[in-house]
Each structure stands twice: as structure tokens, then as C-alpha cells.
Design a protein around this ligand. Structure first.
Ligand SMILES: Cc1ncc(COP(=O)(O)O)c(C=O)c1O
Length: 385
């Protein structure tokens, strides 16, 4: 194709490449159905047929496709508020004012960035490795990203570096700190020291705590929101609630922060079908969350068996995935070995995520996990670098 110039496009966008969703999110399924898709931390289970039937009925009998969706999300927000209260052992009334709903939590991340840092007003702070979308979305909005590191063994945030970054970053100063609880890809929850540091931050800084994997970790900081108007908590229906295809995320925060998010979001950000699916998922949460104990015991099994591989270094996980690296002296050329290891797993039929010098592997069905173990052992058996 001939290269054309688009002189009206913002000059800083030229240096970015578009974020390519993984092949496993191919909607047709034809390319990827042959693989065990363990690279995007989804639930391995589709919605049960009875819930799909309920949704199909709603689609046929209730949803008028010629009408715009309910742009206020009131019913869904009420249901989310009840679940959030229940999950944090709270009994607050009228908590729907503490909720904003997004087209996936990705949309809420972008709205938070628009509401805080746009127009040269702020930078963001992340601790790598972490969820890449914070940095990617910030950059597409021209927002500077300041990154600090983590301890190489337990993946705790380098709090000294983080504090120094907050004190020293000027023009623009850091306005938002993003943390994940538990972190992706490293699967560790925030420690008491990390939470204490977040509490110590000035009210001029927004603290975003992403609890995308809350249903697996069962630890939440929602209970602190009442005292912390500068904190927001993100959650999603894409993981434990099995709705990744329908894009429903939510944010819990002080009503004033929610009011701002409501100002910047698109009026009909959630399709009617997604709103209906979010409601059905919450109404049937006991059924949907019944799979969690199995995921946790399968995770323990994966970690226990794979830890016996002399080449692998695996840390504890509080989420529905595990993160492993090759031991420092296992191979002469670590990077080449990891790349080949990743590729071999794919050739054997398992897709995993190669990220930040390690592999992030979603806990799948019992059968998938057995294949993961066998394929990892087979791939390592003749890995020579
Ligand atoms: C930490 C974290 N936050 C947010 C998301 C995005 O969730 P959603 O599907 O709701 O956009 C993911 C998805 O992998 C994630 O890992």
C-alpha cells in the first residue's frame, strides 16, 4: 500500500503501534479453538446454558434494538452496589452513588486519565511489571508515564523509588498512581507496607487500586473508601464473572469522583445486552462463583508441580494465573531460552503470555492444566541455550 501522510494527526501518535488483541480473542474462534487459551486470564468457563437462555429470552422479549440503552445504568449500579457491600462486609445504603460503569474497566482507566491528567496537567506513576493498559492509554492521550521497578524476587513495589518519583516529578507532577491488587502479571497482592504508602499519599494524588482479580484473592480495600476520597477501586466482570466478551467494568469511589467520571464518559457506553448480562451475572453470582474454589486448588496444583522443575522459578499467586521465570543460571542465554520455551508451548497447543522476562499462565480447566504441566515438562526437556 502506498504510504500517505496525514498531516492533521497529532505528531506524537506516529511513534505508537496499535495495541493488538491476542489471537485468543478471535471472535470467530476458528484460528484459536485448537489452542488452550491461557494467555488472557479469562475464566475457562462460558456462562452456564440456563443463564445464556435467560439472556437470549431477554434479548428477544425485552431489549428493543432500535432504542438506545439505559444510559444511566441505575439498575445495574444498584445491583453492583449490593454486591460490593456484600463483598466487603459493609452495610452502606444508597451506594449506587459510589459506582460508575464502563465498557470494560479499560474505559474507566481512560476516563480517569482524561479527568485527571489531560492537557499537560499530570503524569502517572506505575510500578513495572504491571498491567500495560495504564501506560498505553496514558501515552495515547499524551500523558507522561513515570515507571519505577519492583523487587525481583517477591515483586513488591520499590517504594523508595516511588516516593522519590512523587517528590521529584515536575511539569507535570504525578497526579495518579496505578496499582493492581493482586498485580498482573506477577500475581502478588499489595503488602501492608505498600498499602501504608498509598495511605500516606497526599490528597492531591488519585490512587487507583485495580481489583480485577478480587474474586480470586478475596482481599479488597473497598472498606477504606469512606475515609479516602482520593482512592478509586476498579473491578471487572471479565474474569470471575465470565463476561469478557461483553465488556462490563465498574469503579467504586467517593460520589464526587464518580460524578466527574459520569461527566467524561460517553452517554451510551454500555450496550443494552451487556447491561442485561451484568445483571444476570450478579443475580446468579452464587452459581458463577462456585468455580472459584476449583480454580484456587488447580492453581495450587500447578504451582506445586511446576516448582519441582529445576529450571523454573515460580512465585505465590493470589489470582487466577501464575507467573514463572527461568532460574537465573538455568540457561546461558535466558532471553533466547524463554522465547523458545514460549514458542514451543504454542507449538504444543498452549497459548501463554510472554511478558517482562517471564510467562504468565492462566489457570484453566482441570484438563487444560494437566496439558499445561505436560507441555511445560516436554518443552523444558529439550531446551538448550
Ligand atoms: C489488572 C487488569 N485491569 C483491567 C483489565 C481489563 O479488564 P476489562 O476487560 O474490564 O477491560 C485487565 C484485563 O486483563 C487486568 O488484568
Amino acid at each position: 500500500m502506498t504510504k500517505i501522510m496525514l498531516p492533521f494527526i497529532r505528531s506524537d501518535l506516529a511513534q505508537f503501534t496499535a495495541y493488538k488483541p491476542h489471537p485468543s480473542s478471535d471472535t470467530a474462534g476458528s484460528v484459536t479453538a485448537q489452542f488452550d487459551r491461557l494467555d488472557t486470564n479469562e475464566s475457562p468457563y462460558d456462562l452456564p446454558p440456563e443463564l445464556k437462555e435467560k439472556l437470549a429470552w431477554t434479548y428477544q422479549q425485552v431489549i428493543e434494538t432500535n432504542r438506545y440503552p439505559d444510559g444511566g445504568h441505575e439498575t445495574l449500579k444498584d445491583a453492583i452496589a449490593e454486591y460490593v457491600n456484600e463483598s466487603a462486609g459493609l452495610s452502606l445504603s444508597n451506594t449506587a452513588v459510589n459506582i460508575s460503569v464502563g465498557n470494560g474497566s479499560d474505559e474507566l482507566i481512560r476516563s480517569l486519565l482524561i479527568a485527571t491528567c489531560l492537557g499537560g496537567e499530570g503524569s502517572i506513576l506505575v510500578a513495572n511489571p504491571t498491567f500495560s493498559m495504564y501506560g498505553i492509554l496514558a501515552q495515547t492521550l499524551g500523558i507522561p508515564v513515570v515507571a519505577v521497578g519492583r523487587n525481583e524476587t517477591n515483586f513488591e513495589i520499590d517504594l523508595k523509588a516511588a516516593q522519590a518519583a512523587i517528590e521529584q516529578t515536575q511539569n507535570p507532577p504525578i497526579r495518579v498512581v496505578f496499582v493492581v491488587h493482586p498485580n498482573s502479571p506477577t500475581a502478588n497482592s499489595l503488602t501492608a507496607a505498600e498499602v501504608a504508602w498509598l495511605r500516606s499519599l497526599s490528597e492531591h494524588i488519585l490512587v487507583v487500586i485495580d481489583e480485577a482479580y478480587f474474586e480470586f484473592s478475596q482481599t479488597t480495600l473497598v472498606g477504606e473508601l469512606a475515609q479516602r476520597p482520593n482512592w478509586v477501586i476498579l473491578r471487572t466482570f471479565s474474569k470471575a464473572f465470565r463476561l469478557a466478551s461483553l465488556r462490563v467494568g465498574y469503579c467504586v469511589a467517593h460520589p464526587e469522583a464518580i460524578a466527574i467520571l459520569e461527566k467524561v464518559r460517553l452517554p451510551y457506553n454500555l450496550p443494552s445486552f451487556s447491561i442485561a448480562a451484568g445483571l444476570v451475572a450478579l443475580q446468579n453470582r452464587t452459581l458463577l462463583l462456585e468455580s472459584i474454589p476449583q480454580t484456587l486448588s488447580e492453581r495450587a496444583k500447578l504451582i506445586e508441580i511446576l516448582s519441582q522443575q529445576p529450571e523454573l522459578q515460580i512465585t505465590a499467586s493470589a489470582a487466577n494465573f501464575i507467573y514463572l521465570r527461568l532460574k537465573p543460571n538455568a540457561f546461558n542465554s535466558q532471553n533466547a531460552a524463554l522465547k523458545t520455551f514460549h514458542q514451543k508451548l504454542k507449538t504444543l497447543g498452549t497459548l501463554v503470555r510472554h511478558i517482562s522476562g517471564g510467562l504468565r499462565i492462566t489457570v484453566g480447566t482441570i484438563e487444560e492444566n494437566t496439558r499445561t504441566i505436560n507441555r511445560i515438562q516436554a518443552a523444558l526437556a529439550n531446551l538448550q541455550f
